[in-house]
Design a protein around this ligand. Sequence first.
Ligand code: FMN
Length: 416
Amino acid sequence: MDDRTAATTATVSAAQQAAYRGGDKLRTRYPTIDYLRRAARERLPHFAFEYCDGGAGSDGGIRRNWAGLDAVEIVPRYGVMPALPPVEVELFGRKYAAPIGIPPMGGPGIVWPGADAYMAQAAQRARIPYTLGTVGGITIEQAAKLAPDVLWFQLYRMARNDHWLGFELMRRCEAAGVHVFVLTVDVPVRTVRPREVVVGLGGSKFSTGPRMLYDMLSSPGWLMSLWQHGQPRFANIKSYAGENASTNEVINFARSEIGGAFTWDEIARFRDKWKKPLVLKGIMHPADAERAISLGIDGIWVSNHGGRQIEALPAPIDVLPAVAAQVGSRATVLFDSGVRSGLDVVRAIALGAHATFAGKAFLWGLGALGADGPKHVIDLMIDEARASLGQIGAKTPADARSVVIRHPGALTFPRV
Ligand SMILES: Cc1cc2nc3c(=O)[nH]c(=O)nc-3n(C[C@H](O)[C@H](O)[C@H](O)COP(=O)(O)O)c2cc1C
C-alpha cells in the first residue's frame, strides 16, 4: 500500500513550530502519523504490523478511506482568525479536549503488549474519549481506574442465553462508571483479512511457530513489553471461559459467544437497559440512522470498520454528509475510518461529524514508540486540527461546518 506523502498532510501549528525550534525529538523524527506508520513497519514483529495494518481483501477499503478523505477540499476565509482556535468539544454532556478519540480495538496487545493500558492512560491525561472493546486487553474495571473521566465501552453481539454475557458486561460497565455504551453493528459475519491469515493470526488456534518466534526476537522493545504485560488476552471475557482456561480455550469461547449483527429488536432491548448515552457504531445509511434515532439512540457512529470487514463499502467520509443531514440535531454524529491527521479530523467535522476517531493511527504510534506512542498521536492530531481550523478561518470546530467544500465522492441517497 502506498504511503501518502507526509508533507501533504502536515499543517504545522505554532506549537509544532516552537517544538521544532526547541528540538523536540519526537516531533522532528515523527512530524506526522505517516512517519509513525513507517517506523512501526520497521520496528514491530512482522505479524504484529500485519495484524494492525491489514484490511479485508486486498486492502481496497483502506485505500478508498484514505483517498476519500484526501479528496475533500476546503475553501478558506481570511481576516477572521487572529490566533489558533480552541478545539474543545462537548459530547453527550461531557467536555473533551478535542473532537478526537480512540475507537474500540480488539487484540491491540498483539501490536504492542500493554497497548490498552497505554491508550487509556494517554486518553485520560489528554481528556479525549477512550473506547474499550469487548475483546480489548484490559478489564472494564481496570480501564475505569486508568481512564475514569473518558471511558466508553463497545459491545459485540453475544446472543447466547438471551444475551446473558452482553447484559452482564453492561452491568459491569454501569458499576464501573462507563459513560457511553457502543453497540457495533457492522460485523454481521466474520470476514477474512489475508495479511492476518498468512502470518498465522487468522485461525481459531494461536500457536507460536518458528517464524513468529524469529519475528519476536527481532523486536527487543516488543519483547520487553511482552515480558512486562504478559500475553495478550480477552480480559473481559476470559473469566467466563472457565477456570484456568488456556489461551486457545479463551479464543474458542470468545468465537463461540460473539457473532452476528444486532437486530433492531435487540438494539431496543439494550436501549431499554442502558440509561446513559448509547451509540451505534458502523452506520453507513441515512435510513439506518433514522431507524436508530426512532429507537432513542444518542449517537450515530459512521464507520466502515476501517476497511477491515469488506472492501466494497464506500468511504465513510462519502456517506457522512447524508447521514449527518438525516440526523440533524437529534443525535451526536461520530466518524472514523481513514483518519490519519488533524486535517482529516477537520474534514470530517466540516462534513457533519461532532467528533472523529482514529484506530490504526494509534496502533502505528504504539508500534513506533511503544508506551509513548498514544500521547504523540494525540499531540500531533490536536496540533494539526487546531492549525487546520485556523488555516481555513474557522473559530471553533462547529464553525468548520459553514465552510465551502468540494467533495467529489459524496453519495446521495433517496429521501428517507
Ligand atoms: C486491530 C483493529 C481491531 C479492531 N477491533 C475492533 C473491535 O473489536 N470492535 C470494533 O467495533 N471495531 C474494531 N476495529 C475498528 C475500529 O474501531 C475503527 O472503526 C477503525 O479502526 C477506524 O479506521 P482507521 O483504522 O482507519 O482509523 C478495529 C480496528 C483495528 C485496526
